[in-house]
Write a protein that binds this ligand. Sequence first.
Ligand code: SF4
Length: 454
Amino acid sequence: MQEKWHKYLTRSAPRYTSYPSALHFNTAVGPKEYRAALENIGLYEPISIYIHIPFCTQLCWYCGCNMRVENDPERARPYLQAVIAEIKQVGEILRGRGVVSQIHFGGGTPNYFAPKDLRNILDQVEQSIGFTDKSPVCMELDPRLCTSEGIHELAAIGITRMSLGVQDFDPKVQEAINRVQSFEMVEACVSAMREAGVEDVSFDLLYGLPLQNADSFVDSLRKTISLSPERISLFGYAHLPQKILHQRLIRDDDLPSPVARADLAVLADKAFLAAGYQCIGFDHFAKPETAIARAAQEGRLARNFQGFTEDKAKNVIGFGPSAISQIHGLLAQNAKYISDYQQAIGEGQLATQKGVEASSVEQRLGDWIDGLLCRQQADLSDWHEIAAPDDSEWQGLCAQLRRFEADDLIVLAAGQITIRPEARAFSRLIAAVFDPSFAKQRKERSAKAFSRAI
Ligand code: SF4
């Protein structure tokens, strides 16, 4: 990594799985607005479905997800009824409108529940909203809760993509994050998936974890490549102990320095490219023959709440606590706490608690942010439609872009901004220039409340 880029390593930026991002959400959006958006979905409009399973059996100290550790499965069971009721409720509003293009189970830990419980949820989606066996069904899995039999059952109920939370293979790092899972355990999961005919296996890895160093990380990368997953997501660990209290269990002194952390990302980039993977967006990799790699090659890569996707649906309907739905310009988020969510659904209400309706200017800014994250490119030639040349915010934005250009992060030419391939890890930081309210919020809150840009 070039030394002149080091000054950017401690800067923060939102993840931009949507724009406006969750930082903009407010209570002006509630059940009424969400219902109206659902009623406006077109008959054949593609929709992507996200189902949140918010339970885990053990707390990983790095976790930033909305989840609850629940060791008594009986206490979690009412949730199954609630999520099934929510799917029914939304299906009654949709009344056949929309075509499901993909279903994604995330968490928490979706395989906290038995395959038969997850099949009941899928059955309800089929009955209330409908999907065909061509719709990919993806599920995030905790290897510690997987058995060979369970993986075969999940494949049998139609889970076509299985995503394993791997993070790192080094036992010392695993102890420092309270997530111990051997290489052999992950290897057995992948073998069972292959035996069950799963052709799309995905790994989640994290860099920037406590006690990670170049040697051990290279070993984790080598082990990852040896298991040959089709896709790899490489996320930077967001250490926000002021906001996420359990992250205080991770010792600050054990974390790699900003430069060492960035070097880990560079090592991963080199290792995966050398192994024949293709870069997807700024933090994913995939084998060139996969659907997501083809989407990237053809300029169709998209970004939604699960990260980069080949899914063509621009609308997402989220089920479960904190799940976000995106319909046309509306972003609507369900109540965060399981109890509030279950109460709303139990009373026959939608559980929407907040959100935002994107203005036409925000939609344009969102297109630029999306272009920078998915294709490392944005076409600014029509900028004058949203800002006057003497607009002070626009002038400030241009000045920042020129600083990025001077530091060789981007190229500005003919109204286009292009992020240099070797600087793609800085994509979120560069995209944040187009997010005026982030700059404002960063001034108002502690910078420590936001995750590192790389
Ligand atoms: S399994 Fe995932 S959601 Fe659960 S605590 Fe660990 S990181 Fe968080």
